[in-house]
Write a protein that binds this ligand. Structure first.
Ligand code: NAD
Ligand code: ZN
Ligand code: ZN
Length: 344
């Protein structure tokens, strides 16, 4: 079968021919219909080989939707032909976090060497993929696979982050979204649907600011040194009760801190190497800073329900498997509008 692999440190991913895998006990083989391309893959591909906790080559893709092609011995909860999405942050399934569906915060994944598909285990940008356990599969029912696939990360990750801050997003409040890309453009829609907050989006790209407005941001402003002053003006000095940084680089983390209101939540989702000093008098009183990772399986089911209700819809660009390297190039260059989805 064909797969997109990151083969050696520092090289671009390439399409290769590899054997079609066979599901072992408890595993499920999916015929992949759609796979999303996330900016986090550049974090993996930017790391020196000795800093990776898994061997190369790696089949990329941690957003996947497909049909069950074959089940391994002992699998009884899914059938061949079922249309499913892959819940990506795999855990041990048994610890206290996994027990409540928060496999993203599994207490034993590191120790047991468990990796998400495409981030250590073979991923979704391939004709077939192995899913380690049937519990990682969530039926998408009548959702379109191309729409559903980005929801497994570009939908789930902002949903988890935003849900945490909803009590602060009361009438009259403001939410700031930094980076209106794959995750950010879904975040704006989630905020508009789930809260009465005014939404201010920031991006360095005029096209992304236009997308932010199109998906519901009340304001979309340039992400630069003047952004915090503009937000001060727009909020009559009150600033933002919740700030979601989907870039996480040093300049955006600084903006995130500068536009936080008293008692605000500052949530750093982007993996851009930015850090934030916290201490008395450094930030407004009682600001909470967090850096969440992905979301729970229950939250993914909620995100699918939101999509079914029409509350959120992902802007996508689709590519054949052979064109996957070009999708990565476009994402790297900041040219993808919404999410790039590969159709293997
Ligand atoms: P993306 O490339 O689709 O979007 C990034 C957006 O940020 C683009 O619109 C780009 O124009 C904009 N941007 C770049 N620099 C900016 C700046 N200085 N100010 C404002 N906007 C700027 O990326 P994505 O796939 O949406 O991922 C976003 C980030 O979230 C990445 O860092 C990714 O690694 C991270 N991520 C984290 C998690 C998690 O669980 N914490 C999950 C998924 C992705
Ligand atoms: Zn991701
Ligand atoms: Zn666990």
């Amino acid at each position: 079968m064909k797969a997109l692999q990151y083969r050696s440190a520092g090289t671009a991913p390439e399409i290769v021919e590899i054997p079609r895998p066979v599901p072992g006990p408890g595993q499920v083989l999916l015929r992949v219909l759609a796979a999303g391309v996330c900016h986090s893959d550049f974090v993996v591909m930017g790391a020196p080989a000795d800093q990776l906790s898994f061997p190369l080559p790696l089949t990329l893709g941690h957003e996947g939707v497909g049909t069950v092609a074959e089940t391994g011995p002992g699998v009884h909860t899914v059938d061949v032909g079922d249309l499913v999405a892959v819940y990506g942050p795999w855990g041990c399934g048994a610890c206290a976090k996994c027990a409540v569906g928060k496999e993203n915060y599994c207490l034993r994944a590191g120790e047991l060497g468990i990796h998400p598909p495409g981030l250590g285990a073979p991923g979704a940008i391939a004709e077939y993929m192995i899913v380690d356990d049937a519990r990682h599969l969530v039926p998408i029912d009548d959702l379109d696979p191309v729409q559903a696939v980005p929801l497994t990360d570009a939908g789930l990750t902002p949903y988890h982050a935003i849900k945490h801050s909803l009590p602060k997003l009361i009438p009259g409040s403001t939410a700031v979204v930094i980076g209106a890309g794959g995750l950010g453009h879904v975040a704006i829609q989630l905020l508009r649907h789930l809260s009465p907050a005014r939404v201010i989006a920031l991006d360095v790209s005029a096209e992304k600011r236009a997308l932010a407005k199109e998906v519901g941001a009340h304001h979309a402003i340039e992400s630069d040194g003047a952004a915090a002053a503009t937000i001060r003006e727009l909020t009559a000095g009150r600033m933002a009760e919740a700030v979601f940084d989907f870039v996480g680089a040093p300049p955006t983390v600084a903006i995130a801190a500068a536009c936080a209101a008293v008692e605000a939540d500052v949530t750093i989702v982007g993996i851009g190497g930015g850090t934030l000093p916290v201490g008395f008098g450094v930030l407004p009183y009682e600001v909470s800073v967090s850096a969440p990772y992905w979301g729970s399986r229950a939250e993914l089911i909620e995100v699918f329900d939101l999509a079914r209700s029409g509350a959120i819809s992902v802007h996508t660009e689709t590519y054949a498997l052979e064109q996957a390297p070009q999708a990565y190039e476009r994402l790297h260059d900041g040219k993808v509008r919404g999410r790039a989805v590969i159709l293997p």
